[in-house]
Write a protein that binds this ligand. Structure first.
Ligand code: SAM
Length: 241
């Protein structure tokens, strides 16, 4: 017989995420959906050394296992209402990728753009992430396409990627995008298009008549509204972090 208490384990972060996503709202629901999204994974403690990632740079993608630190305190329930089902129907927590889980651990496959070291800090450059700024990472593993990609797999109530919605910019917002892009090197316009085209609103907000929203990226508040033609970005305001 297995004694459940012997399976208890204390897990220490191996690093932390510094991400373009400064709040939950707007983050894609899975990795790879917004390929312009960038993050640094800064290794910490005894893991902050190049030896620990020796050989990893030869892999294009990695698995990142992490703690849902932003929702951890909210606990979990055996059933959840996935956005894919319109927020009305309940399914078992283990049939979903919900952030609210008995052990609040997430798993994302992301692109490894590079491995760097500056001022004693080793960090991995990642793209296509779905991770909140400050996320503690508990493990990193190379992605093995021949073992991890299952071509005949089916995916229940989420059979396809999210549908794409049109995204428009006012002239003012477009100009602000150009300016911030030039000042910071971040691909503002491309990332905003990737994020908004997936309609980041949770199901309950889609049912409300409210039409103005804000998404926080790289220290800027991206303000957009729902119009008949699509989602229109009308201003980009710089914020102090
Ligand atoms: N790919 C992961 C998985 O399947 O375990 C995460 C899927 S989860 C549905 C993705 C959402 O988690 C994002 O849209 C974002 O809102 C949320 N999220 C990302 N990092 C988080 C964190 N550190 N704490 C809480 N929520 C987070």
């Amino acid at each position: 017989p297995v004694d459940a208490s012997t399976a208890a384990l204390t897990v220490q972060p191996v690093g932390f995420i510094r991400s373009c996503y400064r709040e939950k709202f707007g983050i894609p629901r899975q990795p790879g959906l917004a390929t312009s999204a960038r993050a640094r994974l800064e290794l910490s403690g005894a893991c902050n050394c190049l030896e620990a990632v020796n050989g990893l740079g030869d892999f294009s993608h990695i698995w990142v296992q992490f703690l849902f630190h932003g929702t951890q305190a909210e606990g979990w329930r055996p059933t959840v209402r996935p956005p894919r089902l319109g927020g009305d129907k309940r399914v078992g927590v283990f049939a979903t990728r919900s952030t609210h889980r008995p052990n609040p651990l997430g798993l994302s496959v992301v692109k490894l753009e590079g491995i760097h070291q500056d001022n004693g800090q080793v960090w991995l450059e990642l793209s296509g992430i779905d991770l909140l700024d400050g996320t503690p990472v508990v493990d990193i593993k190379p992605y093995l396409p021949w073992a991890d990609s299952v071509t005949e797999a089916t995916s229940g109530f989420a059979p396809e990627p999210p549908e794409n919605h049109p995204v428009l910019f006012t002239d003012e917002a477009l100009e602000q995008c150009r300016q911030y892009q030039q000042q910071t090197g971040h691909p503002f316009q491309q990332l905003i298009m990737e994020l908004l085209s997936q309609d980041p609103r949770p199901a309950y907000l889609k049912k409300r008549s409210r039409s103005d929203y804000g998404v926080r990226l790289w220290g800027c508040n991206i303000r957009w509204r729902v119009t008949e033609k699509g989602f229109e970005v009308f201003s980009i305001e710089r914020e102090d972090r």
